[in-house]
Design a protein around this ligand. Structure first.
Ligand SMILES: *Cc1c(COP(=O)(O)O)cnc(C)c1O
Length: 397
């Protein structure tokens, strides 16, 4: 079964698709489309949908396709092979690799129209020397470090690099960009400081007649909070998946989380008092307890930490004992009429309860980004969307 290839499932097909799985992810492509449209509407700026890391766990190809259908002109990824995978899947939008690309990839970059980032004078010298003969140019975005302290040429060296590359045969400087370190924080000093380094460089490029076609800087948080950071293109990642950039920068109204993580209860039994549960026996039943098994473990990206919870029958249920590689045990004593096969929600909504990526992030001592990026490739991904003429939103619960 290849659920990703089944487009526009009806309710019936969706049921059939998840029927064969004990745990799976449902990704609502309509939510991704809606979020991209909302970003375009709020910022009035063209969009580069960031789909690195398998689309933040949502599936790179399907997320990219949904974003492009909603008007995203570009997709951005971290690594060259991520861009190649999108091309091979038939995506024909503009593509940017934001990280390091080995010179061995230059031929493919030209052939496949994949734009690359140069963020260091050494790379600026290396690429021209390794450039294969072609009648098409290699498209380059020059990245400047205005305060992130990660990739990017120093501001004082940026104009020279753009100038040198612009004069290099076979290279076209298509973009000029930077990245913010604290756009998701309430204190605006840092982002304004970075902008005050970036904007004069853009002005100077304009004065010298060297302004590349596309100036870009804004991640999700900046795109929403700093109109001056939008320039010609915004680079939202987390917001297109409907997740908050941070607790200090929640998304405005109208964004929808795209991902739900489901499983089925695989075992239910009553253990006597004093019975231990799972490896190490760190949990002991204090009375007769109804203990269930959920077929999800740390190999799926569920963390082996205390305090995990899931939803069953619309109620919060505690995970007890250690999370194993493929399974976790849950305390079902508050529930009646539970059966093998009942739906378990690890992330998402059920009846009136919900568990968000942010809640899981708090449990794990991390951020929602890491929660969704950590969802293992082992988890089948089922893509939901309403057909063009259908009113049937293919959502099961
Ligand atoms: C990941 C990334 C983004 C997207 O950031 P979000 O906070 O997810 O919107 C944008 N630009 C660069 C350079 C990135 O690495």
């Amino acid at each position: 079964m290849k659920p990703g290839l089944l487009k526009r499932p009806s309710r019936f097909i969706l049921r059939a698709m998840s029927d064969g799985y004990s745990t799976w992810l449902e990704i609502n492509l309509d939510a991704i489309r809606c979020n991209v449209r909302r970003l375009r509407q709020l910022t009035n700026t063209p969009v580069m949908a960031i789909v690195k890391a398998n689309g933040y766990g949502h599936g790179a190809v399907e997320s990219a396709r949904a974003a492009v259908e909603a008007g995203s002109e570009w997709c951005g990824v971290a690594r060259f092979e991520e861009a190649m995978a999108l091309r091979q899947a038939g995506l024909n939008c503009r593509l940017l690799v934001m990280g390091y690309t080995p010179p061995a990839c230059l031929q493919d970059a030209i052939d496949q129209d994949i734009s690359l980032t140069i963020y260091d004078p050494e790379l600026g010298g290396l690429y021209p020397r390794q450039l294969p003969k072609s009648n098409k140019p290699l498209n380059i975005h020059v990245k400047v470090d205005t305060g992130m302290g990660r990739l990017g040429i120093k501001p004082e060296d940026a104009l020279k690099l753009v100038g040198d590359l612009s004069r290099t045969p076979g290279i076209k400087v298509e973009g000029f960009c930077t990245h913010f370190a604290k756009a998701d924080e309430t204190d605006r000093t840092s982002t304004f400081g970075q902008l005050s380094k970036f904007i004069p460089l853009v002005k100077e490029l304009e004065n010298r007649g060297m302004r590349p076609e596309i100036i870009h800087a804004a991640n999700s948080a900046a795109a929403l909070q700093y109109p001056d950071s939008r320039f010609d293109l915004i680079r939202p990642g987390i917001a297109i998946y409907g997740l908050d950039p941070s607790s200090e920068t929640p998304l405005p109204e109208g964004f929808i989380p795209a991902l739900t993580w489901k499983a089925r209860l695989t075992s239910i039994k009553v253990l006597p008092p004093g019975h231990t549960v799972s490896y190490g026996g760190i949990y002991t039943t204090s009375a007769e307890e109804q203990i269930g098994v959920v077929p999800v473990g740390y190999a799926d990206g569920f963390r082996r930490v205390a305090g995990e919870q899931v939803l069953i029958h619309g109620q919060r249920v505690d995970v007890v004992g250690r999370v194993c590689m493929d399974q976790s045990m849950v305390q079902l004593s508050g529930l009646t009429d539970v059966h093998i096969g009942d739906e378990v929600i690890l992330l998402g909504c059920q009846a009136n309860e919900s568990i968000s990526a942010d809640e899981i992030a708090r449990r794990w001592g991390t951020i929602n980004y890491e929660v969704v990026c950590g969802l293992s490739n082992r988890l089948p991904r089922i893509y939901l969307e309403s057909g063009p003429s259908s009113t049937d939103h293919a959502i099961t619960n």
